[in-house]
Structure formats: C-alpha cells, structure tokens
Design a protein around this ligand. Structure first.
Ligand SMILES: Cc1cc2nc3c(=O)[nH]c(=O)nc-3n(C[C@H](O)[C@H](O)[C@H](O)COP(=O)(O)OP(=O)(O)OC[C@H]3O[C@@H](n4cnc5c(N)ncnc54)[C@H](O)[C@@H]3O)c2cc1C
Ligand code: FES
Length: 264
C-alpha cells in the first residue's frame, strides 16, 4: 500500500470525455499530485461535487497517466457511474488517491508479462502496459468478452482477443486463450500473469496459474465506501498461506492480491 502521505484529495474538473465502447467512457482530469506518485493497479475514489447523490464516492482504477492528467475508464452500471459517463467537460470532481497497492512489476522477477482481462477489467491495463514498456519488459494482452462489442482494446498494443460467441478473435474464454497462447511460447520463459475482470474469470485463471506454477496477481473489486480503511465496507474473504479463510480490507491490502489467495 502507498504511504498515506502520498494520498491527496483534489478538487479538479473534467478535462475530456471520450467513448471507449458501449456504455463505457474514458474521463480525463488534471490531478498533478496523484499523477506524480500513482502506480499501475492503484485506484482513485471519485465524487461529482455538484450532487449529494450518490453520497459516497465511487472507486475506479487509474486507466492512464498523461503528464499531469489521470484518466479513468468507466462503465455505466448504476447511478454514480451514469453521472460520470453523462458529465460534461468542466464539471467539478473530488478525486482521492492514489489508493491501494499496485501490481508487482519488478523486472528481475519475470521475463514477460501476460495481461489478462475481461470486460471493464481491461481498465487498469493501459497504465500497466506503459510501466512494462518503459522498463523494457515484453508484454502481451489477452482480452476476453462475451461478444466483440465487449472488448475494450483502445490504446493497447500486442493484443489477442477471445469472445464467448466467436464474433472476434479466439472462440472461447480468455483462460482458454491463455492456454492456447502459452502453447506457442518458449517453455523456459518466466511469465507473470496480471489480471482484472469478473470474479469467475479470475478464479478460473488463478487455478490455471497455480496448477502450472505461473505467478499471478489479480486486481479484485468490492463495494467500497471510504477507500482508506475506515468504514470496513470493503471486506473480502480470501485464503491465507495455510489455506484458511481470512478477511481483508480490499482498499488497504488490495485491490491487487496474489492469485494463490483466490483459488478456493
Ligand atoms: C478498486 C476498484 C476499482 C474499480 N475500477 C473500476 C474501473 O476502472 N472502471 C469501472 O467502470 N468500474 C470500476 N470499479 C467498479 C465501480 O466502482 C462500480 O461499478 C461503481 O462503484 C458502481 O457505482 P454506481 O453508483 O454506478 O452503481 P450502484 O447504483 O451503486 O450499483 C449498480 C450495480 O453495480 C454494483 N456495484 C456497486 N459497486 C460495485 C463495485 N465496487 N464493484 C462491482 N459492482 C459494484 C451493484 O451491486 C449494483 O448491481 C472498481 C471497483 C473497485 C472496488
Ligand atoms: S472502503 Fe472503507 S474500509 Fe475499505
């Protein structure tokens, strides 16, 4: 987790909104202090200032850092996300961040990264790609969706896709695509998997990686309130090293966890 001294609560304005897919928008906002310290996997907790409802902020992964701006990729699933997707340039926001821990990208620990995502889970992958590319680590994205319209590939390079209905890319799910992809790779390559997406996908992926001894980190979601460990609204149950159940506050100890904790 980031030291709390790096967390800022900034009043800012929407600088740009662009569509990224059906019901999905990318929102850009100047947040210099957050942009300066954010790491891939961190999230921000956002509130549209002009409205009392919803009362609580909503958490979003940092999708991209562009100079002093940060971007979030938002899927419209309810009241708060609808307000963000329908907001206009110039609207005031409160942005708390960077929050949570980050993906472990130490280049000594692995040779190549496999970035596996499904649906809106692709949101943190652009920032991760930038960090991997900057340190010279080879990476490949494996992106899944039910159909071609669910695939969110904007701004990414080295992408393979899978769709459940076969409308684009590999016909099957993204874990099957990963298996297919690994079959064509050099067997002595030390891969590390970074993933974000729906829980059933992440669970299947975590088991796949455990069974093959591939290190794997997952970015999980839960309902959140404060985002900083005060409200206890984000408790999730994982496994500890002994296979016992253990509850953690996802906003503090996550959202990135070791995949081995998500295999039960
Ligand atoms: C660490 C973290 C990072 C996230 N990153 C992103 C991101 O980059 N892009 C993005 O679009 N979404 C992301 N989410 C999910 C996003 O926060 C929720 O979709 C949002 O809070 C829903 O708010 P709402 O007011 O629109 O929905 P509500 O009206 O509150 O609820 C609508 C529906 O969404 C469900 N829901 C509410 N909160 C969450 C949640 N936290 N996770 C999953 N489902 C939820 C509810 O159960 C309900 O079914 C992230 C969540 C977490 C915890
Ligand atoms: S969201 Fe409040 S404790 Fe985690």
């Amino acid at each position: 987790m980031l030291p709390s001294s790096t967390i800022r609560d900034l009043k800012t304005r929407i600088a740009g909104i662009r569509p990224a897919g059906p019901e999905v928008s990318i929102i850009s906002m100047p947040c210099p202090e957050i942009a300066a310290t954010a790491r891939p996997g961190n999230f921000v907790n956002i509130k549209i200032t002009s409205s009392d409802q919803p009362l609580l902020r909503r958490p979003f992964c940092i999708h991209n850092v562009d100079g002093e701006r940060i971007e979030v990729m938002v899927k419209n699933v309810g009241r708060g996300t609808a307000m963000l997707c329908e907001a206009a340039c110039g609207d005031d926001l409160l942005v708390l961040g960077p929050l949570g821990n980050s993906f472990g990208t130490d280049p000594e620990a692995f040779d190549a990264a496999l970035c596996v995502s499904g649906g809106i889970g692709t949101a943190p992958m652009r920032f991760l790609e930038t960090a991997l590319a900057d340190q010279g680590t080879p990476f490949h994205h494996l992106i899944g969706g039910r159909s071609r319209t669910d695939l969110l590939t904007a701004g990414l390079t080295n992408v393979s896709t899978a769709t459940d209905d076969g409308s684009e890319g590999f016909h099957g799910n993204v874990v099957q695509l990963l298996e297919h992809h690994l079959a064509s790779q050099k067997p002595d390559t030390r891969f590390k998997v970074f993933a974000c997406g729906p829980n059933p996908m992440l669970k299947a992926l975590a088991r796949f990686c455990r069974d093959r001894g591939i290190p794997c980190e997952l970015s999980l979601e839960s309902v959140m309130g404060c985002g900083i460990g005060i409200c206890y609204g984000c408790m999730v149950e994982l496994q500890n090293a002994d296979g016992q159940k253990e509850s953690i506050l996802l906003c503090r100890e996550g959202p990135v966890i070791n995949g081995e904790r998500f295999t039960a």
